[in-house]
Design a protein around this ligand. Structure first.
Ligand SMILES: Nc1ncnc2c1ncn2[C@@H]1O[C@H](COP(=O)(O)OP(=O)(O)OP(=O)(O)O)[C@@H](O)[C@H]1O
Ligand SMILES: [Mg+2]
Length: 488
């Protein structure tokens, strides 16, 4: 066929007083990938939801192969040939990978599921295509993160859509996994589909797309080749920001005594799987320690053990006293605060309520000071103060999770993959904020990341966690030559 497969014009969406999408328009031809970039909260996911019919536009047109679908219900839009890969995976946990894909194949007739052998064959074929052939009968909770994301890709293309909307496929993936996913998305193009791609991994987007549209505050600001858009003045200012600088580290008095946090011989077992094996690390007062490791290496398990959330063997001591037997609440009151990878926000509560919960132990004046400081640090939050946390954009939720952890005035702040889903310019701000925090307060930080461009510039020391074990420890300056393979 000729002409665009997806044609969007004059799209508008308001949420109460907020204009989330304003006059957005673009066309995508068969076999073309359009990249949609923009800061957190600029309206990218909303554009996808409007196309898919998950939200109804206030105005504008969405045409699929010439057919106007704006305002239609989601299932009709799906039948018209649109598939979506959501920003967050939401599999059915008690169904296997194969069953999850089968369900995506037959959303209109669940009852026929068991009786349709050709459906199983087709599901298997799709699973093979996205690289899930070896885990067909596993359940989602046991899968590595990248495989969960593969399953979302599989579900999106199950019904052979002409138009595929892909929201942040690269978030949380390693460099090698990003390459593998890029190949998969390039396949969609080769199959003649029209692809709309959103991601904050700028390198990944630039390498893959045919054209880029940049948004800011719901509006288009630049469109054209990736090179042109990235060179655009506004895009640089509001989205890309600068490089993450190496920060001068506060002089640490090499106090010989016991470290603030001391982890010795810690092992964690989930059923038959060994999640941590004989892990030892320590963090001194005012230090910034980064634990670098790929998905599934055990970072989150380590942090959860420290916070008293999973049972472990070995010892974990805080200011010289063992933590075993203390409840997670007692550990948090003792000053160890984790900002978890899964965010754990209270979705129906407002931004302000989430933050106030974090600061409930503080006297009112101090709580207000802390709140003012955090609102200045993340200017997007005060504007959203009364919005329910679950309706925030992906990046806004991440900022709120970090802010809530800081609201508790931790002595030891544990940050688990804080960079997930954040726009480059926000990473730069967060990086500066952490440097400032260390300069002005006695905070100690334990950071888990696979994004080494963020993890290294701050760190006094780095541990590398691989397959449940610490395999390297040292100065960040030596990381690249001694341990960097696979991360850089
Ligand atoms: N149901 C809703 N009610 C109120 N505001 C909403 C709702 N859904 C989204 N918003 C707001 O609309 C704006 C756009 O959100 P959207 O999720 O489209 O951003 P995004 O560009 O995808 O950001 P990110 O890169 O962080 O994922 C955000 O500021 C968000 O808070
Ligand atoms: Mg989004």
């Amino acid at each position: 066929m000729s002409g665009p497969l997806l044609e969007v014009a004059g799209l508008h969406k308001r949420f109460g007083g907020l204009v989330a999408v304003k006059d957005i328009g673009f066309r995508i031809a068969p076999g073309e990938i359009l990249g949609l970039i923009g800061p957190n909260g600029s309206g990218k996911s909303t554009v996808m939801k409007l196309i898919m019919g998950i939200e109804k536009p206030n105005a504008g047109s969405v045409r699929i192969g010439g057919q106007e679908v704006a305002g239609w219900q989601t299932h009709r839009i799906a039948r018209a040939g649109v598939g979506i890969v959501f920003q967050h995976s939401r599999p059915l946990h008690r169904q296997t990978v194969l069953e999850n894909i089968k369900l995506a194949l037959l959303p209109d007739s669940l009852l026929r599921l068991a009786a349709a052998p050709h459906v199983a064959a087709r599901a298997r074929e799709i699973a093979e295509q996205v690289g899930l052939g070896h885990v067909l009968h596993r359940h989602p909770p046991t899968l590595p993160f990248a495989d969960l994301r593969r399953m979302e890709l599989a579900k999106a293309i199950a019904r052979d859509p002409k138009v595929v909307l892909v929201d942040e496929p690269f978030a949380g993936l390693t460099a090698a996994e990003v390459r593998a996913f890029s190949d998969l998305i390039a396949q969609f193009r080769a199959q003649g589909r029209a692809v709309l791609l959103v991601d904050h991994n700028v390198k990944g987007v630039v390498a893959l797309v045919d054209r880029v549209l940049a948004m800011y505050l719901g509006e288009p600001v630049a469109e054209g080749s990736a090179a042109d858009v990235m060179a655009n003045e506004t895009v640089r200012r509001v989205y890309l920001g600068g490089r993450i600088e190496t920060h001068a580290r506060p002089e640490l008095d090499a106090r010989p005594g016991a470290p603030l946090l001391d982890v010795q011989g810690v092992s964690v077992q989930y059923g038959k799987a060994q999640a941590l094996q004989d892990v030892a690390l320590h963090v001194r007062e005012r230090e910034f320690v980064s634990v670098v490791g790929l998905n599934g290496a055990g970072k989150t398990t380590l942090f959860n053990a420290i916070c008293g959330l999973v049972p472990y063997g070995g010892t974990i001591a805080w200011q010289g006293a063992g933590l075993r037997g203390r409840s997670p609440a007692m550990i948090a009151r003792g000053g160890i605060v984790q900002c978890p990878e899964s965010r754990e926000l209270f979705g129906t509560m407002s931004v302000r309520e989430n933050l106030e919960l974090g600061g409930q132990h503080l006297p009112p004046a101090e709580r207000q000071r802390q709140l003012d400081w955090l609102f200045a640090l993340f200017p997007i939050l005060p504007a959203r103060a009364r919005q329910a946390a679950r309706t925030l954009s992906g990046g806004e939720q991440q900022m709120l999770a970090i802010a809530r952890a800081l609201m508790m005035k931790p002595r030891l702040l544990i940050l688990d993959e804080p960079t997930l889903g954040l726009a480059p310019v926000i990473l730069e701000q967060l990086s500066k904020a952490l440097a400032e925090l260390r300069r002005t307060t006695p905070i100690t930080v334990l950071l888990g990341e696979q994004n080494v461009t963020f993890a290294l510039p701050h760190a006094d020391r780095v541990y590398v966690l691989e397959h449940a074990r610490i395999v390297w420890e040292g100065d960040p300056a030596r990381f690249a030559t001694e341990a960097g393979a696979g991360y850089l």
